[in-house]
Design a protein around this ligand. Structure first.
Ligand SMILES: Nc1ncnc2c1ncn2[C@@H]1O[C@H](COP(=O)(O)OP(=O)(O)O)[C@@H](O)[C@H]1O
Ligand SMILES: C=C(OP(=O)(O)O)C(=O)O
Length: 373
């Protein structure tokens, strides 16, 4: 097998040749509190919407100056960059059958009245106007990389049963599913995955075909585009910049967006300018079910991974851990191809730079023990 997964022509998220990482350095750093870069804001302490609003205002003043964006050495205005970003999101949400993306506009529809200058909507399309439909005419509002305070507000205002706990965490309801649905998780079996994945008796990988994946993808995309607003997170996986994967998560709920905000690496404003096309996209349609008449569907829930298309579709479950486990799966597939060992473990570092890894089944304390001071 090629070290970077390119040599066999089957799969790669980029075309750089890799020879594996050097040994991980765990010596004490100059400043022993610095483990790695993290832009984590201080935890949300607000108890009322007014307090949340004041946090949002502070957040809107960037601490890192934003460089003027360039495309091939040519300066791009902020307006142009925003337009390109919306075009990219519209393209992600494009129907594969109608070849159209929704008309997207940035920002909370409830806040439009307060916003003096509304950005021009972007309509990503290849088909002539005579194919116009009601869905083609409506706008989908994009809530892009919102801050935790903004997501708390969205959850508390619009997601029934959400509240802030005394520790500052957002408590919310994930609906009927309070854990993952492994029996409803499927992976597209095709030439990309035929030889690389474990199939058949004893394997946790349940197969589906490309066509069924596309039906479910279309169902999720149509549902998301039919909503007044969707949440979009553009983030990274992997702290090592050489092996970074750009992920885009499109979801219907603030709770999902907040969960992924916490789970993935947040790009700096500069990194976001160069984000471009994501390497992997999740379409999380949450509560919207799959169609039981669709081939392979044995319940109303379906979590589908297509490694060739670099996409994951979630229908009929609001349990946010599906997104995490889906991306874990992608990393466990990709990283060994680059000779990097991927682990599902908690990890912490002692005062002398010594490292402890915590393994265990889900819910057995990896996170708790590894964050214990
Ligand atoms: N040693 C422990 N004793 C009792 N409960 C624990 C212990 N460690 C963790 N828990 C509880 O178990 C739940 C799952 O822990 P968590 O650290 O999230 O597990 P994991 O990361 O392995 O999925 C949490 O509610 C946590 O408070
Ligand atoms: C809770 C889960 O995983 P973890 O073991 O990472 O906490 C899960 O897979 O849903």
């Amino acid at each position: 097998m090629a070290s970077n997964g390119v040599g066999n022509g089957e799969f790669s998220f980029d075309n750089k040749r890799r020879t594996g990482l050097p040994k991980i350095q765990t010596q004490k750093t100059e400043d022993e509190n610095v483990v790695c870069h993290d832009d984590s804001a201080t935890p949300v302490k607000a108890q009322t919407l007014e307090e949340l609003h004041s946090l949002q205002k502070k957040k809107s003043a960037p601490t890192t100056p934003i460089k003027s964006p360039h495309v091939f050495g040519v300066a791009v205005s902020e307006e142009e960059r925003q337009k390109q970003q919306l075009q990219s999101i519209s393209a992600s949400l494009a129907s594969l059958t109608r070849e159209t993306g929704p008309k997207v506009v940035k920002g909370d529809p409830a806040r439009q009245a307060e916003t003096p200058k509304v950005q021009r909507p972007v309509h990503h399309h290849h088909t002539p106007a005579l194919n116009i439909s009601d869905s083609g005419l409506k706008f989908t509002h994009i809530l892009y990389n919102l801050s935790p305070a903004e997501l708390y507000e969205q959850a508390i205002k619009y997601e029934k049963g959400s509240f802030i706990t005394s520790s500052g965490a957002l408590a919310t309801l994930s609906g009927a599913k309070t854990g993952r649905s492994p029996r409803d998780k499927r992976v597209v079996r095709d030439e990309t995955t035929e030889d690389d994945l474990w199939w058949g008796k004893g394997s946790p990988n349940i197969e589906m075909d490309e066509q069924t994946f596309l039906i479910n993808r279309e169902r999720a995309v149509d549902y998301l585009c039919s909503l007044e607003k969707v949440f979009v997170n553009d983030q990274f996986l992997n702290w090592d910049p050489n092996n970074r994967i750009k992920v885009r998560i499109v979801s219907a709920r603030a709770y999902h967006s907040l969960f992924m905000h916490n789970m993935c690496i947040r790009p700096t404003p500069e990194e976001l300018e160069d984000f471009g096309t994501p390497d992997f996209t999740i379409y999380n349609a949450g509560q919207f079910p799959c169609n039981r008449y669709t081939h392979y569907m044995t319940s109303s829930t379906s979590i589908d991974i297509n490694l060739a298309r670099r996409e994951m579709v979630i229908l009929g479950t609001q349990y946010a851990g599906e997104m995490k486990k889906g991306l874990f799966g992608v990393m466990h597939y990709l990283m060994p191809k680059r000779q990097i060992l991927s682990l599902h473990s908690g990890c912490n570092m002692g005062k002398e730079g010594d490292v402890a890894l915590f393994f265990g089944l889900s819910g057995t304390g990896k996170t708790t023990l590894s964050t214990d001071h």
